[in-house]
Design a protein. Structure first.
Ligand code: DLL
Length: 436
């Protein structure tokens, strides 16, 4: 472990620490951030009335729109001169939001990313290729600082130029690859085209996150690269990567609870759900100085994994994030996440692990079509074989998800590859289309 004394704290000691940090944090935001003061006042709440962790339920939620309306720096809790770094969220669901860090925030973030890398099995002897994008995205610099903090040899390649990624991986003897799972697949595919056998290289660990991915996808990438793939989670508004990470047990992601308070709520009633039940993840930062967020609704869907973890860490675990509420498709009344479709597709022989869910309009009705590439071993002009494969895919989806969707098989390499977050849903319904 990177910080064993913290990572194995007793629940009692941890909760004491959380409560004292929470109270300090609430008092700070009340004084320094007008939006929080207004929300607290409207709720008739004073920060000092929070006397237990359970009292957090009395605190108003924060949503993405709050950050948007305060664009760019309106929710910072420190003067600009104390901010040493800004990043922004990817903006895939609207205008970007800006997040800030004090020097202390960058320090803590580096520790938490070093913690993440150690959780994944890395040590100071590793050679880490950081292929998350550098820039406003938190992935690149987050992983970079963590890897340096760990003392590993850090290679800041950033995303893109995939054949060069492969060359560097081979020439430098890279042992840890940090990127999105979908980009890992593209790297593996490119290596194969270059005649380089990744499993025979020293590469041993993948530190993958920033997008939903299925267990079946993990198996694919592990096989293609000869590695152990670890799921890491985070979001810019809360810090970036380094909020939660799988350990060697790979049974849920340990939430770094000394810095982040996690709640799972029912997104309709907004009440907390019991441990083990699925809901929306809500975070409160306990130590962030520049941009503290209080009860931030992430829109990510997960649940608490109950019980103790064999790795010895006492931080509670959250299950891998299935998807975001904004990516959820409602197909004839059934809720479906793209990652669930992925899980089904990856188990079928003859198709490649590349897919996209395409939304169109048929008359006034929304139509959903799953586009999936046939594998390179299939003859694309073998009509009969294709037909039977297509039926097989449609039947597998219908069997697993209890809803039938149209399936279209497409030629190898025709679905756009991603160097960062994959775009799994393509909305072609045009202007005026309602929310998904
Ligand atoms: O994606 C931070 C990050 C970078 C995490 C590198 C892990 C690795 P944002 O761009 O703000 O930040 O996007 C955050 O991405 O709310 C989730 O919906 C999704 N996400 C992140 N990690 C995972 C994961 C970074 N492991 C949003 N599984 C989050 C599923 C993930 N979804």
């Amino acid at each position: 472990m990177f910080q064993p004394e913290l990572e194995t704290m007793s629940r009692e000691a941890l909760e004491r620490l959380q409560l004292s940090r929470l109270r300090t944090q609430l008092a700070r935001v009340y004084v320094n951030v007008p939006l929080y003061r207004r929300k607290f006042d409207e709720a008739g709440l004073r920060p000092e009335q929070i006397e237990s962790l359970d009292d957090i339920r009395r605190v108003p939620f924060t949503v993405k729109d709050d950050l948007r309306s305060a664009y760019p720096f309106g929710m910072f809790a420190v003067p600009p001169r104390d901010v040493v770094r800004v990043h922004s969220s990817s903006g895939t669901t609207g205008q970007i939001t800006v997040v800030g860090y004090t020097r202390g925030d960058v320090e803590r973030w580096s520790d938490l990313m070093a913690r993440t890398l150690v959780c994944a099995g890395a040590t100071a002897d590793d050679i880490v290729q950081v292929t998350y994008g550098y820039g406003l995205f938190t992935g690149g610099l987050g992983a970079h600082y963590g890897s340096e903090r760990l003392g590993a040899m850090t290679i800041p390649v950033s995303g893109g130029n995939t054949s060069r990624q492969v060359q560097i991986m081979k020439d430098f003897g890279v042992t840890v690859l940090a990127c999105t799972p979908s980009y890992a697949l593209l790297i593996a595919e490119t290596a194969a085209q270059m005649g380089i056998d990744v499993p025979s290289l020293p590469l041993r660990i993948g530190v993958f996150g920033a997008e939903p991915w299925s267990e079946a996808m993990r198996e694919q990438v592990e096989k293609a690269m000869g590695i152990r793939a670890i799921d890491i989670y985070g979001l810019s508004e809360v810090m970036g990567p380094g909020v939660a990470s799988e350990c060697s047990e790979r049974h849920g992601l340990h939430v770094f609870e000394d810095h982040f308070l996690i709640e799972i709520i029912d997104p309709v009633t907004m009440e907390p759900v019991p441990d083990g039940e699925q809901g929306e993840v809500v975070f409160t930062t306990l130590t962030k100085e520049a941009l503290p967020v209080i009860r931030y609704r992430t829109r990510d869907i997960s649940r608490i994994v109950t019980g103790e973890c064999a790795c010895g860490r006492t931080f509670r675990r959250m299950e891998r994030v299935t998807g975001r509420t904004d990516d959820m498709l409602i197909i004839r009344g059934v809720n479906v996440y793209p990652s669930q479709i992925e899980q089904v597709l990856m188990g079928i022989e003859g198709i490649a692990p590349h897919y996209q869910v395409v939304l169109t309009k048929r008359g006034s009705m929304d139509a959903v079509e799953v586009h999936v590439e046939v594998g390179p071993e299939m003859e694309f002009d073998e009509i009969r074989e294709l037909e039977s494969l297509q039926k097989k895919v449609a039947a597998a989806i219908a069997g697993a998800l209890a809803v039938s969707v149209a399936v279209k098989l497409v030629e190898p390499k025709s679905i756009q590859r991603s160097e960062g977050k994959a775009k799994r849903v393509l909305d072609l319904r045009g202007e005026g289309a309602g929310p998904r």
